[in-house]
Design a protein around this ligand. Structure first.
Ligand SMILES: Nc1ncnc2c1ncn2[C@@H]1O[C@H](COP(=O)(O)OP(=O)(O)O)[C@@H](O)[C@H]1O
Ligand SMILES: [Mg+2]
Length: 520
């Protein structure tokens, strides 16, 4: 029997948990104890096994080996079998998933009561509403109980999910990457709520891969790497470099050095650009800005505020409803995507396998997509196999793409290696145009592990130094502030202002992301 840790009473103990999927060892012999009254961060890279471990705890998955002990409902620690999320909630364990599970055309209170056991009669909604309001007041989760779900922002939806758990009496609350969808201010508020919950004697498990938040919010942190618990430490004894090393398994450099240098001529200029989204609703609203050679313009905003559509406008993939785009001083409004490519515009799209790569095709075919019509790749109507292999090997080497061979289908590569392959092709295509390249990179590091993130960032910084104009769209404010020269903030499709990245604070950009226009 493992000795119990010092401190508060143990609420849940995971003992020797192994979870195997066909061909994947997602969790290996994990021990983890979480106490009442603590916020316990579960930190790890993408794929480290965090969600799987917690899914075992809430009965979504059955552990292959190992077991779970609980001390909820006033009982001493004892082994339990959890077969379903319903079992879990009966035992006092609840989870807020990455994708919310709310019913759009019902009210907050109706969603909270939905599926609660023992409600065999028509619930007294007034009473439920009052209880929801009271819980909201107590834990910093204010939301109008009579509002319908479709009216609420993502931050408020998350509150409803937490309220659902509290209403069901959860003593152990698990939140899977809850800040991924929040502005910095909303994240800070969530941090306060988590502390209220812990102070109330509940156990909070907070899953994250963001070191700053783990350090700011938690009392203890457990680091998972490749499915194993590599350390559980008191947060007060932890620091960023140490945690990153545990998470990745080697030293990680945080300061991408963005060398100072003066930007050159204007490459892209947008003048009151407006565009609709795919449903025909306004998505980009009279946005104006410029990007110069040798600079990175960051684009910040909560997902769904027009970033995606703007990226398509400036790569020729989406037509404008108003406004003008010029490249190198020439009006290019309305020209084809191929016209943009010819003028040195390259695109690292958000949807890596949908738009970036043809998953079923070998890397070689993916590499020559933009070049198959010109020498040395083709001669007349013939593709030159030797030249294609040479080019592919060059890309693979230069960007350290880890792949069995250049004949491997793109979909068999990990996300990080797919992204490196796209970057190799796009950067090279821009350089071949003979004009100053414009690189439009949408969420280029999303979902990648720390090593691949470093490689992508370094590639963008290197192109900046070589004179490319770069537009970097990202949800990660830290990334934007580290890499960009200037940051433009979009809210509801509007440009809320452009700030100097060196002087900007996260708080200020966060306010702009929430719709406040703040000028320099
Ligand atoms: N249902 C599943 N079937 C097969 N493999 C899975 C399944 N769920 C997760 N995995 C794999 O298990 C590993 C851990 O995944 P996950 O727990 O989601 O990691 P994290 O939440 O830390 O990003 C990954 O390799 C993932 O691909
Ligand atoms: Mg996960």
């Amino acid at each position: 029997m493992t000795p119990e840790p010092e401190g508060g009473e143990v609420a849940v103990a995971i003992r020797g948990l192994t979870k195997r999927f066909p061909g994947v060892l997602a969790n290996e012999n994990v021990d983890l104890t979480v106490r009442r009254g603590e916020i316990h961060a579960l930190l790890g890279e993408n794929g480290a096994g965090k969600s799987t471990l917690m899914s075992c705890l809430v009965g979504l998955y059955r552990p292959t080996e190992g077991h779970i002990e609980l001390a909820t409902g006033g009982e001493p620690l004892h082994q339990v079998d959890i077969h379903s999320p319903r079992d879990a909630i009966r035992l006092g364990i609840g989870m807020v998933y990455q994708h919310f599970k709310l019913v759009a055309n019902q009210t907050v209170a109706e969603n909270v009561i939905l599926g609660v056991e023992g409600v065999g009669f028509v619930p007294n909604m007034k009473k439920v509403e009052a209880e929801v309001a009271e819980l909201g007041e107590r834990f910093g989760l204010k939301v109008d109980p009579t509002a319908e779900i479709w009216q609420l922002s993502v931050g408020l939806l998350q509150r409803v999910e937490i309220l659902k758990l509290l209403y069901r009496g959860a003593e152990i609350l698990i939140l899977d990457e809850p800040t991924a969808v929040l502005t910095p201010q909303e994240s800070a508020e969530l941090g306060v709520t988590l502390r209220h919950l812990a102070n109330d004697g509940r156990a909070v498990i907070f899953i994250s891969h963001k070191l700053d938040e783990v350090l700011a919010f938690s009392d203890r942190v457990t680091v998972l790497r490749a499915g194993r618990n590599v350390a559980t430490i008191d947060t007060k004894d932890a620091d960023k470099a140490g945690l990153a090393k545990l998470m990745v398994g080697r030293e990680v450099l945080f300061d991408s050095d963005r060398e100072d240098h003066d930007p050159g001529a204007v490459v892209l200029s947008c003048d009151n650009v407006s565009a609709n989204d795919s449903r025909g609703l306004p998505a980009v609203a009279a946005v104006s800005f410029e990007v110069r050679s040798g600079e990175i313009l960051g684009v910040a905003g909560v997902a769904g505020n027009g970033q995606f559509e703007l990226a398509e406008c400036i790569t020729g993939l989406r037509s404008l409803t108003a406004g003008r785009i010029s490249l190198h001083g020439d009006d290019v409004t309305g020209i084809s995507p191929r016209g943009f490519i010819r003028r040195g515009v390259s695109h690292v799209p958000a949807d890596r396998l949908g738009m970036g790569l043809a998953g079923g095709l070998p890397l070689t075919d993916n590499f020559i997509m933009k070049r198959y019509k010109s020498a040395p790749i083709s001669k007349g109507r013939f593709l030159r196999k030797r030249a294609i292999t040479t080019l592919s090997d060059e890309y693979i080497k230069k960007f350290a793409v880890s792949t069995p061979s250049s004949a491997t289908p793109a979909r068999n590569l990990s996300g990080g290696n797919q992204q490196k392959a796209i970057l190799a092709r796009e950067i090279d295509a821009g350089a071949k145009s003979g004009l100053t390249p414009l690189i439009v990179a949408a969420y280029p590091t999303r979902g990648l592990d720390v090593g691949a993130i470093e490689a992508v960032r370094e590639a963008l910084l290197a192109e900046r130094l070589r004179g490319a104009a770069i537009i970097l769209i990202s949800e990660d404010l830290d990334e934007l502030l580290v890499l960009s020269d200037r940051v433009m903030v979009l809210h509801s499709g509007e440009n809320m202002g452009v700030v100097d990245a060196v002087q900007a604070t996260k708080e200020r950009v966060g306010l702009m992301m929430a719709g406040e226009s703040v000028t320099q």
